[in-house]
Design a protein around this ligand. Structure first.
Ligand code: ZN
Length: 304
């Protein structure tokens, strides 16, 4: 027996309206829950204020913490759905708030073959555009493109923490997420005249908590594809001061690489202290190209 069939018409109408209202509430709540569960981990999306010109680039490691969702159908990063089932961890280097937490970020952490600062403030352009703002902006642009291609994207930070995370935690986030590919985003702070991008690959390090033996090979493949696609998308040349024109470097002093158990590289998108590079890094249109190159490089690696 179905409810309402014996009620007078106006009661039936009211009952129908109640049912509709209840359905709207249920659907709305469901949508909200889905949105919450696929969000950024609750952080405000906008924390990208410029920081003062400060410390030269000292790379820190990479780990990650907040999740990605599936919205923003904007993409040019690859065929739609080609990254379905893949997990990509993006580590926006530094944190806009690190400069207010000098003591906390100077704490030493174990990176396997050494001890290093928890995190650093990063560099900035001569006009004060902070590396930490740059890395967050490009990371968010890349996230949109990667999600549109079907990937699950996890951030290590989204400007939503008071500082950090520390380099060892940045690595741990990628490991815990079982990332198929992890990328730590940076821009360099070298001398004027030093130009171009380079990708940093993990060296073989087996020491204490560090063991990169299983990721050296795949990380090199990731790095090569990333360098090629980044160059094509941005038109930028590989670094003229690191990597002898290859756009590739290998380092053993980065906690974010040493402690990673998933394929991972760093990218230094350009030199913030060079006026010509800075003009690109501060241009949102160039940053979109950079995000596209990054997305295409990761897509290449994950689909071949
Ligand atoms: Zn950096």
């Amino acid at each position: 027996m179905s409810n309402g069939s014996t009620l007078p018409p106006h009661r039936r109408l009211r009952g129908t309206l109640l049912v509709i209202a209840a359905a709207v509430v249920v659907v709305g709540l469901g949508g909200w829950l889905v949105w919450r569960s696929s969000g950024d981990g609750g952080g405000p999306p906008g924390a990208g204020q410029p920081a003062p010109s400060r410390s030269a680039e000292k790379e820190t490691g990479g780990t990650a913490g907040s999740g990605g969702g599936s919205h923003d159908p904007a993409g040019k990063g690859g065929p739609r759905g080609s990254l379905k089932g893949k997990v990509v961890v993006i580590d926006p280097g530094h944190n806009p708030h690190n400069r207010d937490h000098g003591q906390e970020i100077s704490r030493q952490v174990d990176i396997g073959n050494d001890r290093k600062e928890c995190d650093t403030t990063g560099t900035s352009t001569n006009d004060g555009y902070a590396e930490a703002s740059f890395t967050l902006d490009v990371a968010r642009r890349a996230r949109t493109l990667l999600q549109d291609a079907g990937a699950k994207v996890v951030f290590t930070q989204n400007g939503d923490r008071p500082y950090g995370p520390c380099v060892d935690e940045r690595a741990a986030i990628g490991n815990k997420a079982h990332a198929d590919a992890a990328l730590s985003l940076h821009a360099d702070g070298s001398g004027a005249g030093n130009r171009g991008f380079h990708v940093i690959l993990p060296a073989r390090v087996t020491d204490g908590p560090a063991d990169t033996a299983s990721i050296v090979g795949p990380s090199k493949q990731l790095g090569k594809r990333l360098a090629g696609r980044f160059r094509a998308a941005t038109g930028s040349a590989p670094s003229n001061y690191i990597g002898r024109g290859t756009g590739l470097d290998v380092r053993s002093d980065l906690g974010g690489l040493n402690l990673s158990t998933v394929p991972k590289v760093f990218i230094e998108c350009g030199n913030m202290r060079d006026p010509k590079d800075a003009a690109q890094l501060t241009d949102p249109r160039w940053r979109q190209k950079a995000a596209r190159g990054i997305t295409e490089g990761i897509t290449d690696f994950l689909t071949h």
